[in-house]
Design a protein around this ligand. Structure first.
Ligand code: PMV
Length: 314
């Protein structure tokens, strides 16, 4: 069996995080500047059925049978073998690397799962269709996130901008005029499972108030899609600001995120918001023509540990 390699990009949510868990739409795009890679190499002299796993980014060098079944890498591999009806994997080494920062809203967990699922299925001689890859990655996302909406695995698998509604087939849309966003990383790791769990508790304590927040975010996301499709991306700026204000009210922003948002607006961004789970991780700003570098510098001056400039086009 020959070696097989696969990769998957990072992702960022433009609109609709958290509300998407409650059935509202969200918009997310792939971020190709960062990616997860997985390769599976046969071990000709290895013991039958022994799968060695090396993930240097997380200092992991182990065997599959030494991992708990709820370990995301074990769950991804198990998802592949169960789905293909394979009971024993030929001796091999799975090597996983990633340039996507962990717990920062860039979809690192989903991208690692997708790369591993693709590489393992390919190694076993049965490369998988995107739908199946995404489905298995969604099951693994449940370990990371508790109650994920499915947006991360969907964007990362299909690697194109998506308009996502939980439980619905993937919907893509036209980007009529390209636009540029700057991603700023607070450097603060914030597990999505915790913020999603907190929003759930607050929603349970105050369902009417939170359902109104979710509905308001949903209509912002719909307007954002219309702005993108009609070729008026500048209209996304005020929509980002409104979405950020609602996320603040839901309790998932933080002083650092708010400071970066303000720095972006002060440097001429058309709009800015946190992105993903919140309380840390990444935020995004919409650039006006030619001010990408200014915004990026403003982020760095305000404490961002890295920035990524992403041109969004079809
Ligand atoms: O993985 P993150 O941090 O980009 O967050 C995912 C977005 C949430 O809406 C907060 C959770 C979900 O499952 O959709």
């Amino acid at each position: 069996m020959p070696s097989y390699s696969a990769h998957a990009p990072g992702k960022i949510i433009l609109f609709g995080e958290h509300a998407v868990v409650y059935g509202q739409p969200a918009i997310a795009i792939p971020v190709h500047q960062v990616r997860a890679n997985a390769s599976v190499t046969p071990e000709i002299n290895g013991d039958p059925g022994v799968v060695r796993i090396q993930a240097p980014n997380i200092d992991l060098d182990t065997r599959l049978d030494e991992l708990n079944l709820d370990h995301p890498l074990a769950a991804a591999i198990e998802g592949v073998t169960a789905s293909l009806g394979i009971s024993r994997i030929p001796a091999c080494t799975l090597r996983v690397t990633s340039t996507i920062p962990v717990a920062s809203g860039l979809g690192s967990g989903a991208a690692v799962s997708v790369a591993v699922i693709r590489a393992m299925a390919g190694f076993l001689g049965q490369p998988m269709a995107n739908e199946q890859v995404s489905k298995i990655a969604f099951e693994v996302e449940k370990i990371h996130h508790g109650t994920p909406s499915g947006i991360d695995n969907t964007v990362v698998t299909f690697a194109k901008p998506v308009y996502f509604v939980k439980g619905h087939p993937i919907e893509t849309f036209n980007i009529t005029n390209p636009f540029t966003i700057i991603i700023g990383d607070t450097g603060i790791a914030s597990p999505t499972k915790e913020t999603v769990g907190d929003v759930r508790l607050r929603w349970q304590a105050n369902p009417k108030k939170f359902e109104a927040f979710f509905a308001a975010v949903g209509s912002i996301t719909k307007s954002a899609r219309a702005a993108i499709e009609s070729g008026h991306p500048v209209r996304l700026g005020p929509l980002m600001n409104e979405n950020h204000a609602l996320l603040q009210e839901m309790g998932v922003s933080s002083p650092t995120l708010d400071r970066l948002v303000q720095a972006a607006l002060d440097s001429g961004a058309l709009g800015a918001k946190l992105s993903g789970g919140g309380r840390g991780g990444n935020m995004i700003a919409l650039a006006a023509t030619g001010n990408e570098k200014l915004i990026s510098l403003a982020f760095k001056n305000a404490g961002a540990i890295r920035t990524i400039t992403s041109n969004i086009e079809d």
